[in-house]
Design a protein. Sequence first.
Length: 318
Amino acid sequence: MKKILFLFMFFLFGEVQAQDPQFSQFYANPIYLNPAFAGSHGCPRFAINYRNQWPALSGSFVTYSASYDQYFDGINGGIGVIMTHDQQGKGTINHTTLSLIYNYHLKVNRKFTMMFAGKATWNQKFLDWDRLTFGDMIDPRRGFIYATGDVPRGGSRGFFDVSAGMVGFTEKFFFGVSAHHLNMPDESVIVGNSPMPIRFTGHMGAKIPLGGKSQYNTDISIMPNMIFQYQQGFIETLLGTYVQYGALTAGVWFRSRDAFILSTGVNTGTVKIGYSYDVTVSRLNNGVSGGSHEISLGFDLNCKTKKPSFRTISCPSF
């Protein structure tokens, strides 16, 4: 029998909770990583992201994201809007979010700037009961032939949550922290209580020029980075670096005990295109999972008025 039985019963109890969806091109989706990146580019910035995790499995995870952010002189800060849609188990569970961000920019001195952000998010979560399979549906010889006696319970929930973040940076170095779901809303889609766990993120990075320009008059630099995340007992540490050669960027990351992330991208100054692939090194290897594919598309537009005078952050694009 080739049909795989997926047990989603852990979503029915409050004791077990899922982690937030993750993107491997962290800085191609900066305000998802930390809302304090909103407006850090200055002029209008749009980003679209697509991730397909473990496509070789019948119950893969597919996540979409679209965002906009921009700095406004009148409010001395940035505004950001981000929408995400996460499909788990081929649409068995769907989670859609819409967030609004305000980010205050504080110029501490001539070389150091800090940004402080708050994010308000509306969540809509839906469980498709028709896609679930239960033990009473199985015949030992003929497989799934019976109707289940289980009665659908709930199936949809809307709820509100808040997040906050901070970023500090100089010309060549930046660091930041963020905390998502600070109010720990109930995300259960059936009877019962399931508080959404707080996700803590810390990150830092630098941009190091490598001796000016190449023989083709092209800038070369490396950008080492580190990201640490914690959510409900789940700890993730990521170490990696990018190499930028003119418009081209390539990077490699290691995700603790799980995967290597290989990425590449092109930044024309207005359009950014990136691709990354997660090489799974855990027991759920590439032959079983198919790894993870991610594509990003970004647009950095010109300001209609003069560009803001504040210093922009030197973080990688992919």
